[in-house]
Design a protein around this ligand. Structure first.
Ligand SMILES: [Zn+2]
Length: 247
């Protein structure tokens, strides 16, 4: 393949722009804010799960409290009924009187026990409520952090996109200077070899694969016409001669 030396040199500019564009794409994909957003999403999922558990516990405790309070009411009502009967003086049999008094005493003990249960459930309920309030605060803080990270990410992406637009404009101008067949070869090699299709020959070394060319190869290149498109004998990339090639 043939191309004017000046056109070949333009390929190095194009390679620099393409490498820069690849870097910019990589930066968008690997912004630290993305890692932060993923971390915060995982944290929010965990906090919301814990909040759901607390809400379920709270509704269970509500039910438990209502049940215990209704048990207290029942025992109290029965105890009051017994006390009224006793106070009315209508119980004459000694045995029945003793039975009634013993039942009242036992109902009072039972009532005290049940009231103890109500208090205990109320305490657990308060603790669960406090835990839920703490989780609400933690969720709000994580949401605010996520929003801030999302804003930083968007602004970083906008900056990078502005750079991408600048580089794309430059690319259009530079690629217009490169003949179509050379551009097609460069594009094919760039796709094939990790984004680098053309490299400078610098002091006898290929800048693409970083290997020094053999003495025989350098001698061959020295004799090659200036408009011949050269390829690296090792990596097969397009090799561009410059003032620093050492030929
Ligand atoms: Zn090479």
């Amino acid at each position: 393949m043939k191309a004017e030396p000046a056109q070949q040199i333009r390929l190095l500019d194009l390679q620099e722009i393409d490498s820069r564009l690849a870097q910019l794409t990589h930066r968008i994909r690997t912004l630290p804010e993305l890692t932060e957003i993923r971390r915060l999403d995982a944290r929010l999922t965990e906090l919301r799960d814990r909040l759901a558990v607390a809400a379920t516990e709270l509704s269970d405790l509500d039910r438990e409290q209502r049940k215990a309070e209704s048990d207290v009411d029942q025992v109290r009502a029965r105890s009051e009924r017994d006390t009224k009967r006793l106070d009315a003086g209508r119980v004459s049999s000694h045995k029945e009187l003793e039975g009634l008094q013993s039942e009242i005493a036992s109902l009072r003990r039972r009532q005290a026990e049940l009231e103890e249960i109500v208090l205990e459930v109320m305490e657990r309920r308060e603790a669960t409520e406090a835990r839920g309030a703490d989780l609400d605060k933690e969720i709000a803080a994580a949401e605010a952090d996520r929003e801030a990270a999302e804003e930083r990410r968007s602004s970083a992406v906008l900056d990078i996109q502005a750079d991408q637009a600048t580089e794309s404009d430059r690319r259009a101008r530079v690629s217009a200077d490169v003949p179509a067949d050379l551009l097609a070869l460069y594009t094919k090699l760039r796709d094939q070899y990790d984004g680098v299709g053309a490299a400078a020959l610098r002091y006898g070394r290929c800048e693409g694969c970083k290997l020094a060319l053999s003495t025989a190869e350098l001698a061959r290149l020295r004799g090659a016409p200036a408009d011949e498109v050269l390829r690296c004998e090792d990596c097969r990339r397009i090799l561009i001669r410059t003032d620093e090639s050492g030929l």
